[in-house]
Design a protein around this ligand. Structure first.
Ligand code: CP
Length: 309
């Protein structure tokens, strides 16, 4: 396979396993590039990309911008809080105005699930979903799987538990799709109130005991509690949540094997993970961030090759 089967990256659920293999092979090349003294290639000198962020972001926004600049694309940045969206402009009007400035590709983070799909049906540009509400965050799942492959050799056959607020997490859903597509076994673990009712129908194991989940897994992906998406309380207190679902050094050292620890960020130190674990040799959290640039370069490069045809 030499090109992606899709024209947009809207979610992992639209990808084939071969797409992921192609993205990873391309990312291997770009990882080598970004570790050279001159970290840049001229591949996308004729491509203009707009980064539209209607929701807060640190890692994803910076990582996309860096990936685009490393590929020599022209980049424009838009953040909703400083725009005319506040004056009542619709999403399509905003994007069409930006596209009139001859933009080829749009990277969008939006609070509404399905915003990327909606946009792809209404505008002529390649769309990359940088997180749509509690739905999908495909590049996060790709960089997570890429980091597992780098650390453990392959994703197939590995046991991965995703721990925490599964209910409000786009990272969880995209990771479930990506890991299963590559032949990994997936478990979700968290308080019952933060596990979607029908999550088992996705073919994942479900566990509410963190120790049992950690004893089962090769990799634990710790998620933050997304208070910003909660309008009611889902557990009695942060202290009680941490007592049952926090990954700390005592728990980690009591296991009879060494597991790999991941976190998509932002971390709430002392809640879902303690600092000594987050900063330990078992954690690959900063490798995930580094790999994010290479993986996003690969996605942008492969989608841009399709625009040019
Ligand atoms: N992992 C992630 O999406 O982080 P940001 O919200 O900072 O982009």
């Amino acid at each position: 396979m030499s090109e992606l089967s899709v024209n947009h990256l809207l979610g992992i659920k639209y990808l084939k396993r071969e797409d992921i293999n192609l993205i990873f092979e391309t990312a291997d090349h770009f990882k080598e590039v970004i570790n050279r003294p001159i970290k840049k290639v001229p591949s996308l000198r004729d491509v203009t990309i707009a980064n539209l962020f209607f929701e807060n972001s640190t890692r994803t926004k910076l990582s996309f911008e860096l990936a685009e600049k490393r590929l020599s694309a022209d980049v424009i940045n838009f953040s909703a809080s400083q725009s005319s969206v506040k004056k009542g402009e619709t999403l399509i009007d905003t994007v069409n105005n930006i596209l009139s400035m001859k933009v080829d590709m749009v990277v969008m983070r939006h609070p509404n699930p399905g915003a990327g799909v909606f946009l792809s049906n209404h505008v002529k540009a390649s769309i990359i979903n940088a997180g749509d509400g509690a739905h999908e965050h495909p590049t996060q799942a790709l960089l997570d799987s890429y980091s597992i492959r780098e650390k453990l050799g392959e994703v197939a056959g590995k046991k991965v538990v995703i721990v925490g607020d599964i209910l409000h997490s786009r990272v969880a859903l995209s990771n479930i799709f990506a890991l299963q597509l590559q032949g990994a076994e997936v478990m979700v673990c968290g308080p019952k109130t933060l596990l979607p009712k029908h999550i088992a129908s996705l073919g994942v194991k479900v566990e509410t005991n963190l120790r049992k989940a950690l004893e089962w897994c090769d990799v634990a992906n710790m998620l933050r509690v997304q208070n910003e998406r909660m309008d009611i309380s889902y557990f009695p207190s942060t202290r009680e949540y941490a007592q049952q679902f926090q990954l700390n050094k005592n728990l980690l050292e009591s296991l009879d094997k060494e597991i790999t620890i991941m976190h998509p960020g932002p971390i709430n130190r002392g809640v879902e993970i303690t600092s000594d674990v987050a900063d330990s040799g078992q954690a690959i959290i900063l490798d995930q961030v580094e790999n994010g640039v290479a993986v996003r370069m690969a996605v942008i490069y492969l989608l841009a090759s399709k625009i040019k045809q």
